[in-house]
Design a protein around this ligand. Structure first.
Ligand code: HEC
Length: 158
């Protein structure tokens, strides 16, 4: 057999060995905290995908009174969202902290950097391959706006 084929077989055997090791370490457990690098990449891709989709989607007009909307949004939030994002969105719940990816604190700069349009899109559609459901079937466009404005209010102490 020619020398170059022997090298090819050695390289292929190494690749197969590495894949076997990677597969044996891979796990579907949600317990371990996602790694920093993995989280950084996932958040970049997610932010880009949300902004791109939201820019193309139509956005119904916001409610006339923001104060009323925030008050109603708080009630909806504590019924529909607190289970994962925590009561009044102050701190993710134990359930949210046990998901993979973990829920983000909605008052964090990363979430608050999203525009109202982006937040509307996320709440309406959810985020695929994460635990974030889309609420289009459950909430009217007015209610989604109320949730957006309530989530936005986490920017300020409340
Ligand atoms: C079953 C758990 C669950 C429920 C209920 C839930 N969420 Fe989420 N939510 C998540 C998870 C998990 C993420 C993070 C997804 C990720 O990082 O990819 C998320 C992400 C988000 C984000 C985007 C932040 C970001 O950039 O990742 C917003 C905004 C949000 N949720 C708002 C809400 C609102 C408002 C409700 C209620 C109407 C709600 N969520 C209900 C699990 C949930």
């Amino acid at each position: 057999m020619q020398k170059k084929y022997i090298w090819l077989i050695v390289v292929l055997a190494c690749i197969i060995l590495l894949l076997a090791i990677a597969a044996s370490n891979a796990s579907v457990s949600a317990q371990p905290a996602p790694g920093r690098f993995e989280t950084w990449i996932a958040n970049r891709v997610k932010g880009w995908a949300i902004r791109r989709a939201a820019a193309r989607a139509s956005l119904p007009p916001p409610p006339a009174s923001a104060a009323d909307a925030i008050r109603r949004g708080r009630g909806l939030f504590n019924m529909e969202c607190a289970f994962c994002h925590g009561h009044n969105g102050l701190k993710p719940s134990a359930v949210g902290e046990s998901m993979y990816p973990r829920v983000l604190n909605l008052s964090s700069p990363q979430v608050q950097a999203l525009s109202n349009r982006d937040l509307y899109w996320v709440i309406q559609n959810g985020i695929r391959l994460s635990g974030m459901p889309g609420f289009a079937q459950m909430n009217s466009s007015r209610e989604i706006w109320e949730l957006v404005l309530y989530t936005r209010s986490f920017n300020h102490p409340h």
